[in-house]
Design a protein around this ligand. Structure first.
Ligand code: PAF
Length: 287
């Protein structure tokens, strides 16, 4: 039987569907997105399809998680194309509320996770993770999923949501999914469309320097030295402006006191190319 996807724009209508799915004992999965879908998002739907009976995708460009000088207004949107891609990928319910449906009045309640939000993107984008944690909590309340699927490109976001779900005893399994890359290595991102051809070419330095970092780890180079080399390599690109290059413990995102083989680490990068800020990371361990 071919199931057709339904598009839902109101919380009330979503609740009716969810109530029925729960009554039937269905396992519900959510893929929260901000749309402008690419293969990274599609891989999340595939992972959801494997273990869930009902796959919900949300598309909502969440104003709460953008700073005043960030790209909320110009964030790429294409709901017609997204609808087609979501349907082909096997989404059952596509939730596309508008801002007035999600925030009918100024929101006075914020979900704020400490410590894991302090470094990396939390340091460069004040308030960003409060916005993410708050909207994700709302989406979880609306969809009541058993599973939620997030891409590891936003590794800190995964850490924040995992911490939040544990701290607040939300009965939801967070499923992190691997970074999906273009054939040339660039991590897929909706923001890649902002890049000029020159910027896009130079942005390959991100994945290339992470690949090299992996080799340097094999050679036993220290983390401090690896970080310096990555910074140097990125700075060779005239259009690149580093926001941060960090090596932290993973999954705690704490500074590494003493390097020991087997210790989980993340090498995380955020770099501007023109106005476009790209992130990428490598999660691995000390050899
Ligand atoms: O990763 C994203 O696209 C967003 O941060 C999310 C999780 C959909 C919350 O708005």
């Amino acid at each position: 039987m071919i199931k057709t996807m339904e598009q839902i724009t109101t919380i009330a209508e979503m609740r009716i569907h969810i109530k029925e799915a729960k009554r039937q004992g269905q396992r519900i999965g959510i893929v929260p997105t901000m749309g402008f879908l690419h293969e990274g998002h599609i891989s999340l739907v595939k992972a959801a399809r494997e273990i869930c009976d009902l796959v919900v995708m949300s598309i909502f460009v969440n104003p709460l998680q953008f700073g005043p000088n960030e790209d909320f207004e110009r964030y790429p949107r294409n709901i017609e194309r997204d609808t087609e891609l979501a349907s082909e990928a096997g989404v059952d319910l596509l939730f596309t509320p508008d801002v007035s449906e999600m925030y009918p009045r100024p929101i006075l309640t914020t979900v704020s996770v400490a410590n894991v939000t302090a470094p990396l993107c939390g340091a460069s984008r004040p308030g960003h993770f409060d916005g993410v944690a708050t909207v994700v909590t709302k989406l979880f309340q609306i969809v009541q999923p058993d599973y939620a699927f997030f891409g590891q490109k936003d590794a800190q976001q995964v850490a924040v949501i995992t911490q939040m779900v544990a701290d607040l005893s939300m009965p939801i399994q967070i499923v992190p999914c691997p970074i999906i890359r273009e054939a040339d290595g660039l991590a897929m991102s909706s923001r890649n469309v902002y890049l000029s051809p020159e910027e896009r070419q130079q942005a390959l330095v991100l994945s290339a320097s992470l690949r090299q970092a992996n080799e340097w780890l094999d050679e036993g180079i220290t983390l401090g030295e690896i970080k310096e080399r990555v910074v140097q390599k990125i700075n060779e690109m005239p259009l690149a402006k580093i926001d941060y290059v960090e090596v932290l413990g993973f999954p705690d995102l704490e500074p590494i006191e003493k390097e020991a083989a087997g210790q989980g680490i993340i090498i995380a990068l955020a770099v501007y190319f023109g106005k476009t800020r790209l992130i990428d990371n490598l999660i691995t361990q000390i050899r």
